[in-house]
Design a binder for this molecule. Sequence first.
Ligand SMILES: [Zn+2]
Length: 343
Amino acid sequence: MEKIIEYILEQTKKILSIDSPSGYTQEVADRILEEYASMGYHAQKSVKGGVVADLGGNHKEDAILLTAHMDTLGAMVCEIKGNGRLKVSPLGGLHPMNTETENCRVITRCDGIYEGTFQLENASVHVNSEYGKAKRDFDTMEVVLDERVSSKEETEKLGIMTGDIVAFEPRTVITEKGYIKSRFLDDKLSVAILLGFAKYMKEENITPKRKIYHHITAYEEVGHGACGSVPEGVTEILSVDMGCVGEGLACTEHQVSICAKDSAGPYTYQVVNDLVKAAKEHEIDFAVDVYPHYGSDADAALEAGYDCRHGLIGPGVYASHGYERSHVDGVRATVELLKAYLL
Ligand SMILES: [Zn+2]
């Protein structure tokens, strides 16, 4: 098991190092597809850009689909300003406050990648007496390019255009005590967990009772990741996505979270029951929570019309959609719960 955990951490770092805001996931999808293929699984890309892998199993008519998403928050250039700096529009629920001062990459369509930093306008505290009071939003913040540009024309000459993707530096750190800190642990940590689960099944030569599929989705952060590509015979969809950690909730970064209800309503009663039962029987450190502001890929699939049961689990992640933190204990508990529930 420790080998699998090490593999998950290594994959987490690899996947986090490939920029993939919603709408720009081709490269990370190729990487994930390769990883499933190298383990000997049949995996393919959906037209929409997701990766669907077949993990085998006997009962094809009662199959389960596990989803995790490879797309992340990010931004898109929406205006090149007169001073040559960039105004951006968020992709998904990116918050300007916790993205302030982050380094970023502007990925142009034809002219390569440019670096910059997302800053408040007039960001020098020695110059701007309103710095502390200024409102932080997408109208008052801008990408300052690391290029010698001071006009719209100069920036355009670089090849930067409206519609270019802006990816923020994840700043991944894994501490000696097992804390995992990075932007976009939501949901690349769970993508790595699903890869680790696939590797575990292969190495232990396990054929599950029910057929298992994985769908690594591409548009979760904008709401429609798992709205398609549900394989024939799937009767249950389990999202593996970050577990909420914060005031009023029970889960910590050291546990696996089982979500009973989120913004789209309650998860399937029997699925939550069975997850809780499996966790208790195997003495897995878990918490059941109701998430105040959350929607999952499993919700999206049901909203799209699929006739399935649904559930949501994931490692506890603090400071979600900002500089996030989880722990290797939460990763281990999530893998253990997948094993207890499915194998
Ligand atoms: Zn997520």
